[in-house]
Design a protein around this ligand. Structure first.
Ligand code: ZN
Ligand code: ZN
Length: 396
């Protein structure tokens, strides 16, 4: 079979399971489960994979709603992972469209399994929960779940169609200031004002902004600012996120932001305690050979693709950490007009629209076709790995 014939075969395998994939997407969409509670979604997807010949392990990496479903025991042969997210948002439901991600991953894996000879490749679907909060992929990486994977692929619905929408890294910082209470009128000279330290931290950061690169985001809130206007606040607390496109620059900005808080501590005499809210999401490493391949497969399916460059409406994802560990691809396909905000009711409704469901099927096709190229095109996997090594070592 030539490459066009074999791609037509994988497309027809997905067409055979089209109705099942749509039913799965509808079930997940109408039964939204927030991060860490995706009991039904993880069960529905893993059971479906099991019925289609995959060996399933549940609750991997210490996560109740994570799973891995594998097909093939061929050491030395390419190992392709499709990543499935399925968590919803509080109140909005599937406003990020993860109800489309999981069935697309399952569809791509099943079609690939049914198309390629059994001894050609190893395929798995990794169920990665908690993307919207603490990042299930981080825990799975820590436990070695991605250790033997050659290429990890996923799809995310969006308002643009592209093989690359850069992920911005994200570090959380919590500043707590401890002062001394006193009557704000009678004994102002006896107090140490912790709220002033927080306000100075904000002002210092606002002065810092002018000297930062344009892809950087620093944003925060005050969670504690005192109890009463006539008591000098002895405790104040603020939470910040620092985001940047490059890992090393993000670390540099985090230090600058910490200095903003330290100088506020010095100015007010309030003691400073620094901690973090959640693990750091790293920026992604784009692999051009995978991106080009995914985009050309999308064009075969009738889509036009666009190039996005930073600092286009950047977000952060635990996908970034995966891409720092193994060569990875996160492809985006538009399900709603450009400008529609994600994490919104409009985007949630787009995820269950006719167009959203068609995109999910095409995403499964494009991912399976890309995996075919990785496995079958001579030298392609080697090229991907070389590009990855070059970029991780910073030699590009
Ligand atoms: Zn989201
Ligand atoms: Zn998302």
């Amino acid at each position: 079979m030539d490459s066009l014939q074999i791609k037509n075969k994988v497309i027809s395998e997905i067409e055979k399971i089209r109705t099942n994939l749509i039913q799965l997407a509808e079930k997940i969409h109408f039964n939204p489960e927030v991060s860490g509670q995706e009991i039904n979604a993880s069960r529905w997807i893993s059971e479906y994979l099991e019925r289609n010949g995959f060996d399933v392990q549940l609750r991997i990496g210490g996560l109740n709603t994570a799973f891995i479903a594998c097909s093939g025991e061929n050491p030395g042969k390419p190992f392709i992972a499709f990543m499935a997210e399925y968590d919803a948002l509080p109140e909005i439901g599937h406003g990020c469209g993860h109800s489309l991600i999981a069935p697309a991953a399952a569809g791509a894996a099943i079609a690939l399994r049914n198309t390629l000879p059994a001894d050609f490749v190893n395929i798995c679907v990794i169920g990665t929960p908690e993307e919207e909060t603490t990042g299930g992929k981080l825990k799975l990486l820590e436990k070695g779940v991605f250790d033997n994977i050659d290429v990890a692929i996923m799809f995310h619905p969006h308002t643009i169609t592209t093989g690359l929408r850069p992920c911005i890294g994200r570090t959380s910082i919590v500043f707590e200031f401890y002062g001394k209470p006193a009557h704000a009128s009678t004994y102002p000279d006896k107090g140490i004002n912790a709220l002033d330290a927080v306000i100075l931290t904000f002002n210092n950061i606002n002065a810092l902004r002018q000297q930062l690169r344009e892809d950087v985001r620093v944003h925060g809130i005050i969670t504690d600012g005192g109890k009463a206007a006539n008591i000098i606040p002895d405790y104040a607390r603020a939470e910040f996120f620092v985001r940047a496109r490059e890992k090393s620059y993000m670390e540099e900005v985090v230090q600058k932001v910490i200095n903003c808080a330290k100088s506020a501590s010095l100015a007010t005499a309030a003691q400073l305690k620094i901690s973090s809210l959640m693990p750091t999401y790293l920026p992604d490493i784009p692999i051009d050979s995978l991106i080009d391949c995914f985009e050309s497969n999308l064009r075969v399916l009738g889509y036009s693709t666009q190039k996005v460059s930073a600092p286009y409406r950047l977000g952060s994802s635990d996908y970034g950490n995966v891409s720092q560990k193994v060569p990875s691809l996160m492809g985006f396909i538009s399900i709603a007009p450009e400008g529609t905000p994600t994490h919104s009711i409009q985007f949630r409704d787009a995820a269950i629209s006719e167009k959203g469901l068609k995109v999910m099927i095409d995403a499964a096709k494009a991912m399976a076709m890309t995996a075919m190229d990785v496995v079958l095109v001579p030298g392609m996997l080697e090229q991907i790995k070389n590009e990855f090594v070059r970029k991780v070592s910073g030699s590009v």
